[in-house]
Design a protein around this ligand. Sequence first.
Ligand code: AP5
Ligand code: MG
Length: 213
Amino acid sequence: MNLMVFGAPGAGKGTQAKFLIEKYGIPQISTGDILRAAIADKTAMGMEAKKFMDEGKLVPDSTIIGIIKDRLAQDDCKNGFILDGFPRTLPQAEALRDLMNDMNISLDKVISLNVPDSLIVGRITGRRVCPDCGASFHVEFNPSKVEDICDYCGGKLMVRKDDNAETVKSRLGAYHEQTAPLIAFYKDMGVMVELDGTKDVGEVTKDMFKAIG
Ligand code: AP5
Ligand code: MG
């Protein structure tokens, strides 16, 4: 099963991807998580990407496409994968299409989580993330069972550096200008499913599993 979770920053992509991993046993490929790991490791690529991420701008396509080429070639992707936060521009979507054609595989479903901008700031400023496994929680809407401790791996939860009201504005701007046009791209491909991402986490998960079938 080759899946994609799509949506604005804070729409719930990472949250829902965790339920897909549990159900289908396939890996989540989050370009945001891969970039944050590169920053933590202080690699040259990470240091370059950091400048863009801190400002809420997209990292250049050439960097991102290189990351995805390497990642999809790894063994654990043989039975499928869940793309989270990739692609985000038309050149990225076209590169993915060409790469998957070369690999003789296709996308089964693109799950778009639709959430209006007015709800995004509250979601992002209340988010707590696990630096060890990438899981995402919310102090009010989706709290961890034990305060500040990850339900999945026991890691100590933290606030992401780009989760502030200022950066959210430019991340939303980048989404509407560069990423939202991909909805039409995947509609044309016949794989797009649009879900109401404003429902409770569990309701969205139910709708998502129903849509995947
Ligand atoms: P990335 O890490 O992908 O960030 P993002 O797209 O901004 O998305 P988020 O991770 O913020 O949101 P999410 O949809 O995963 O929401 P979550 O489930 O956590 O990218 C970061 C940066 O890296 C980018 O800005 C860019 O610079 C760079 N980058 C990454 N990929 C790139 C690419 N392909 N090209 C170029 N640059 C790239 O949920 C959010 C919060 O809401 C949580 O607190 C959660 O608990 C809560 N929540 C979730 N669902 C619900 C619900 N149904 N109801 C109430 N609360 C909910
Ligand atoms: Mg995420």
